[in-house]
Design a protein around this ligand. Structure first.
Ligand SMILES: *Cc1c(COP(=O)(O)O)cnc(C)c1O
Length: 355
């Protein structure tokens, strides 16, 4: 058994893998891969997968849940197009790669983007604070967890304006007050399911109000809402796996319990990083992510030895992103604390040998 610290696609619960594999061979007599998305059996899956999102996140009335395609990357454009109103201006917080992607796509669809807060001056190793949120814009956008740099917002951005969030890498990792948002979107492959589905949670008031002259049908959330997320062939298998995963999440205490487990995992590894003389965390302590933990080996000469040691322990996926270097341990919901313990034991033992 490997310990998968991959940043995404990532580990899902083993029982979900097993049940998904079974459905590939037999889903009410057919393979889940061959069933019609219009069949009663699959319509029931889609309905349950949407309902379970509402249940898991306690989504208030007046919101619609959709499973679309295109990843969070298409979500950058969908968010900008659907939230665009009269001013055609928007306020974005720049916390790194994905936030920059969202800013770029907003500009590409004709939005005048005001980047009112950024942590670019320090290679995104902190969450900006003390900024003033503009009030002359159509909406505010931020990225709740910065998968690549390992920073995470601890509080929801405070604004009276419509609020949009890319929650790809920390949705379902802890409780979230959905009522504060007009639109949440997230690629499935980090806490929800396999790559191929993208989750949207949209306030019904938002639908059909875009001021954009350019609105292909697939990018219009209203068109999807009217068809109950079946405007075209949905990502049948990813939606099925997401449904199984959400059942599993809820059966194991929901996002509250997941939040407690994720905090325990984060405490374990950050304590090791802080107490181990060979390693340094790359991020401001108060802004550390509970999902993606970034750290450096202080002496690069020891790299080959350390890499061999964690490889031998069955750990995969901790090589850092090229824009940060070092290591990144992603610890999504399904990663057991035992796997984190294997990594911290390796780090500890490495310091004992080399220290
Ligand atoms: C992974 C990720 C993305 C990109 O998602 P795709 O589904 O590959 O388009 C966007 N934003 C965040 C925060 C991510 O972690």
């Amino acid at each position: 058994m490997k310990h998968n610290f991959g940043a995404g696609p990532c580990i899902l619960p083993q029982d979900v893998f097993k049940a998904s594999a079974e459905a590939v061979l037999d889903f009410n007599g057919l393979s889940i891969l061959e069933v019609s998305h219009r069949s009663a059996d699959f319509v029931a899956v889609m309905d349950e997968a949407r309902d379970l999102v509402k249940k898991a996140l306690n989504v208030p009335d007046g919101y619609t849940v959709l499973y679309l395609q295109g990843g969070a990357t298409l979500g950058f454009s969908i968010a900008a197009l659907n939230m665009m109103r009269d001013t055609k201006k928007a306020g974005y917080i720049n916390t790194g790669t994905w936030a920059k992607g969202a800013i770029g796509e907003a500009k590409a669809v004709g939005i005048d983007v005001n980047v009112f807060a950024s942590s670019e001056d320090k290679n995104f190793n902190y969450i900006p604070k003390g900024y003033t949120v503009p009030n002359d814009v159509d909406f505010i956008h931020y990225t709740s967890n910065n998968t690549i740099f390992g920073t995470q917002f601890k509080d929801i951005v405070d604004t009276k304006l419509p609020l949009v969030c890319d929650m790809s890498s920390d949705i379902f990792s802890k409780p979230t007050d959905v009522s504060k948002f007009d639109l949440i979107y997230a690629g499935a492959q980090k806490n929800l399911g396999p790559a191929g589905a993208t989750l949207y949670i949209v306030k019904d008031d938002v639908l059909g109000k875009s001021s954009s002259g350019f609105m292909p049908k697939y990018l219009d959330l209203k068109a999807h809402a009217e068809k109950d997320s079946m405007l075209n062939t949905p990502p049948v298998f990813p939606v099925y796996v997401a449904m199984l995963n959400l059942r599993d999440l809820i059966a194991n205490g929901g996002v509250e319990a997941a939040g407690v487990r994720n905090k325990a995992k984060a405490d374990l590894i950050y304590n090791e990083i802080d107490s181990n003389p060979l390693f340094t965390g790359t991020v401001a302590t108060e802004d550390r992510s509970e999902m993606n933990v970034t750290f450096l080996l202080n002496n690069e000469d020891l790299k080959a030895d350390f890499d061999k040691m964690w490889n031998d322990a069955g750990i995969v996926g901790i090589k850092g992103h090229r824009s940060v270097g070092g290591y990144r341990a992603s610890m999504y919901n399904a990663l057991p604390i035992e796997s984190v313990k294997v990594l911290t034991d390796v780090m500890n033992e490495f310091a004992r040998i080399k220290g």
